[in-house]
Design a binder for this molecule. Structure first.
Ligand code: AMP
Ligand code: ZN
Length: 494
């Protein structure tokens, strides 16, 4: 079977096949770096991460590009207010995004920045003007003339037949039901950042950024374009209009949209007090792996209602999987193999893949693994596990974790980083007793570390390199870097 995915363009679940051989070229709209990322953002980013991990696991070469929107209305306004350049203002939040993405297990896409492609964006506008699909207004702004693109609305399934030619809007986000000529390029306003280019001074509109960078990195037609559901209109509709008008070719083949996350049943908003960044949750003492597990537990097209109860349950689920893995890898069992465990492992591997191929049914995939854990734990308790069962059961967990990425025991060093960050920012009051306790009790003392290093030395003397590697990996997961040199073994905390 092949992967089947919902394609917003066809409005149905279609079989996913890359346009070119075995290579998948995909683009996700990334963060606008004017603040710390919230859990809604990470709902979408984790969904796309899971997709790209599964594609890799399925044997595809994946070229995954994500943009950093480091110039837009809000950024320019905030930077001007803070008396900083756009770059100074966004650098802090871009770094925070990279740290947060790593914290929640997002395997690094290739990142591209809008501010590094300004001239290409101006060229794109000039070409559209030459083709009669864009025009300049008196103030030096440029607009896309949507009347030249009769398919406008094909992604969002909106009927714009009554639209008024020449009606304009220059905001990046506008009324959901109006079709207006939208700004490709905005003339400079006093006190705001702008760039001098061949089409005059100004700055790009947000939609243009993604068209230019995705096609530069992935070609005029590529496989998949992703984002949260709010981006379908106008952002993605406008990307399609600009790109297809310029190239005359279909832009992205598949459109992948994650449903918006709610918090305790409501839309997340600062005024309701239900707005959480990833860091807010860690400050309250929650593990990053709990949030990743929770975000992946509801398939991306279903509405995820974030609750603190759900987050606690997710922590219990991750613990259960980690304990099971430990029980298997640390135990010693009689020789041989139990046919029931062998078929349990192969059936679970099959169910796992079938669930993910079914439009990334992550809930079914997790259920399959938990059923395996339940049955194998029962077999443990009645001494039914044989040494030959360990590898196949562990292989299923490893394959699950290639996609879900929650089993590494690396929460504590990540939580410590957040604690250190809050301290450096003067936000001690936001650090919960739970976070302090988790970091304190989760950290190995120097004496504990020395004990493990001694065990590594003993193992190496006995030429038991496997045990030495296991110990080294355990230490790495706890944030301890071990270096083996010809003079001995050294360690330091990450
Ligand atoms: P932004 O930084 O606002 O440009 O958003 C980055 C990504 O997060 C986009 O793909 C948005 O669609 C997505 N996003 C924003 N809020 C939510 C939410 N509550 N649930 C899911 N995705 C969201
Ligand atoms: Zn975009």
């Amino acid at each position: 079977m092949a992967l089947r995915l919902f394609n917003t363009m066809s409005a149905q679940v279609d079989e996913f096949r890359p346009l070119r051989d075995n290579e998948v070229r995909m683009y996700a709209c990334g963060p606008t770096v004017y603040d710390y990322g919230h859990i809604g953002n990470f709902r979408t980013f984790v969904a796309v991460d899971l997709l790209q991990r599964f594609l890799r696991q399925s044997g595809y070469q994946v070229r995954y590009v994500m943009n950093i929107t480091d110039v837009d209305d809000k950024i320019i306004r905030n930077a001007a207010r803070a008396g900083l350049s756009v770059q100074q203002y966004t650098a802090k939040y871009e770094n925070a995004f990279l740290e947060d993405a790593a914290m929640i297990g997002i395997a690094q896409p290739k990142l591209v920045r809008a501010t590094e492609h300004i001239n290409e964006m101006a060229e794109f506008v000039a070409k559209l003007v030459a083709k009669g699909m864009a025009y300049r207004t008196d103030d030096g702004s440029y607009y896309f003339r949507i009347a030249t693109f009769p398919q406008y609305g094909k992604l969002s399934k909106k009927d714009f037949s009554g639209m008024i030619d020449g009606a304009r809007v220059d905001l990046d986000e506008y009324d959901k039901d109006s079709a207006r000529d939208f700004a490709l390029w905005k003339a400079p306003k006093p006190g705001e950042a702008s760039w001098d280019t061949a089409i005059g001074p100004g700055r790009p509109g947000w939609h243009l950024e993604c068209s230019v960078m995705s096609m530069k990195e992935l070609g005029e037609s590529f496989d998949l374009h992703a984002g949260g559901e709010d981006l379908v209109f106008p952002h993605h509709e406008n990307e399609i209009a600009q790109s297809e008008s310029l190239t005359g070719k279909p832009f992205a083949h598949f459109w992948f949209h994650a449903r918006f996350l709610l918090v305790e049943g409501e839309k997340m908003s600062k005024s309701l007090g239900n707005f959480f960044t990833l860091r807010d949750l860690v400050l309250k003492g929650h593990k990053p792996s709990s949030l990743r597990y929770l975000l992946t537990s509801v398939p991306y097209r279903n509405q995820l209602n974030f609750t603190f109860d759900g987050l606690k349950q997710a922590a219990v689920s991750v613990e259960r999987l980690r304990n099971f893995r430990l029980r298997l890898s640390a135990g010693s069992f009689p020789d041989g193999a139990n046919p029931a465990m062998q078929s349990l492992a192969s059936e679970t591997a099959h169910r796992l893949r079938a669930a993910l191929e079914d439009d990334l049914n992550t809930a079914q995939a997790q259920a399959a693994v938990f059923e395996m854990v339940r049955q194998a734990n029962a077999a443990f308790d009645t001494s039914q596990i044989r040494q030959g069962d360990v590898a196949p059961l562990l292989a299923v967990l490893a394959s699950f974790d290639e996609v879900f990425a929650v089993l590494d025991e690396d929460d504590i060093p990540k939580m410590k980083k957040v604690l250190d960050w809050a301290t450096a920012e003067g936000r001690e009051w936001d650090i919960s007793a739970e976070l302090r306790e988790a970091v304190r009790s989760g950290q190995l003392s120097d004496a504990d570390i020395e004990k493990k290093i001694d065990a590594m030395k003993a193992a190496r003397t006995a030429r038991d390199f496997k045990t030495s590697d296991v110990l080294r990996n355990e230490l790495a997961a706890m944030g301890i870097l071990v270096e083996i040199t010809k003079d001995g073994i050294r360690w330091r905390r990450k």
